[in-house]
Design a protein around this ligand. Structure first.
Ligand code: KG4
Ligand code: ZN
Length: 359
């Protein structure tokens, strides 16, 4: 008996990485045949953040080349692809349009199905590129644009139990780094400086920590850093101590909120060890990984970290989500509109600027 083979070409362009990948599934084995990623770091670094207009232009400059590179690397032609999947949200509209239009154009000219993928579903399922995991599990997504706990109950059934009411965690790292006159992206810079600093030197607030929920707030933390920066000379020593203190505070916040999320998860599924997938660019932070992994000794839980290349934005996770949808015959029409705001959990409240005490 020949096993069914599905190959999907995935396109990612929701933020500042353009990526095209081809993922293959044969039987129950998943293989990434190619995953080409072009970062726009050099374009945005002088601005300390992503400039939407520049991002959209840069995606459209390279997308066609990346599609060809992904096919070449996978050693296949378009004929060997069964469907085209594009990130259709959430993200920056200009970038989404580039990826969605490219995906629809390919699908229509090749007469193959088009699949509109939610970027967050890509992150949620990305662990499956490398290992098998059973539903349900918990996702902690920490990137430049997102910070959330979501219970991945099963495919297409997601419950968000916590999010940020202001800045994303990656943004907090980037803004703090900017205050400390470091380069962009700020996360890796802070991590580097923190290694040689005194983490107890500056006391920073732990926003929302006493609220018995899994929500985050980082804007106040940034203001506290700004106040201390204003009173000090920005010497190398200061940068090291501030970075270490900031990182320690982040680890405390994430550790406490993750314990709450585990309790919440166990109230739904107490049968086994809670598996927590940590994805997004901030998951690269080793000290945060260490702080979270410590919880394994006190809570019945296990942390799973996808490889860094699948933690940050990539086409492979979009192609994989495309395969999951292809298997279930979930396709989209060519008039599908990109959705800059598109929560995974349809019932999740819009939380920016909100405080829901006790939720
Ligand atoms: O997932 P990602 O590559 O892009 C999106 O935001 O979608 O995440 C980028 C974010 C940036 O804010 C960056 O500062 C942060 O991840 N980051 C880190 C580290 N590496 C990247 N934050 C803390 N420590 C790191 N080592
Ligand atoms: Zn992302």
């Amino acid at each position: 008996m020949t096993m069914k083979k599905i190959r999907v070409l995935g396109i990612e362009s929701s933020c500042d990485e353009t990526s095209v990948s081809i993922v293959e599934k044969v039987g129950d084995k998943t293989k990434v045949l190619s995953n080409i990623v072009k970062s726009q770091l050099d374009i945005h670094k002088d601005y300390g953040g992503v400039v939407p207009e520049l991002a959209a232009r840069a995606h459209s400059d390279v997308i066609h080349k990346l599609i060809q590179m992904a096919l070449d690397k996978a050693k296949i032609t378009f004929r060997g692809v069964h469907a085209i999947a594009s990130t259709a949200g959430p993200g920056l509209l200009g970038g989404l349009l580039v990826g969605v239009v490219a995906g629809k154009t390919l699908a229509s000219s090749l007469k193959k199905p088009f699949i509109a993928v939610n970027h967050l579903e890509g992150h949620a399922l990305s662990i499956k590129l490398e290992q098998k995991i059973e539903f349900p599990y918990l996702l902690l997504l920490v990137s430049g644009g997102h910070t959330e706990f979501t219970i991945i109950k099963k495919f297409n059934s997601y419950k968000r139990i916590g999010t940020t009411i202001d800045d994303a965690l990656g943004e907090a790292f980037d803004k703090t780094a900017r205050l400390l006159k470091m380069g962009y992206p700020g996360g890796p810079e802070i991590e580097k400086y923190a290694k040689e600093g005194d983490e107890n030197k500056y006391k920073l607030p732990l926003p929302l920590i006493n609220e018995k929920n899994c929500h985050f707030s980082f804007a106040g933390l940034k203001s506290a850093v700004a106040n201390i920066v204003a009173k000090n000379k920005c010497t190398e020593k200061f940068k090291k101590d501030m970075s270490a203190s900031f990182q320690k505070t982040i680890n405390q916040i994430l550790s406490i909120k993750t314990q709450r999320a585990i309790e919440h998860f166990k109230s739904i599924d107490k049968s086994k060890t809670t598996k927590i997938v940590v994805a997004g660019g901030v998951a690269a932070n080793k000290s945060l990984r260490g702080a979270l992994t410590k919880l394994e000794s006190t809570h019945r839980c296990e942390f799973l970290f996808p490889s860094i290349k699948y933690c940050t934005d990539n086409g492979a996770m979009i192609a994989l989500a495309g395969i999951e949808r292809f298997e279930r015959n979930i396709f989209n029409k060519l008039d599908f509109k990109p959705r800059p705001r598109w929560p995974l959990d349809k019932n999740a409240l819009f939380m920016k600027g909100k405080r829901i005490v006790g939720e």
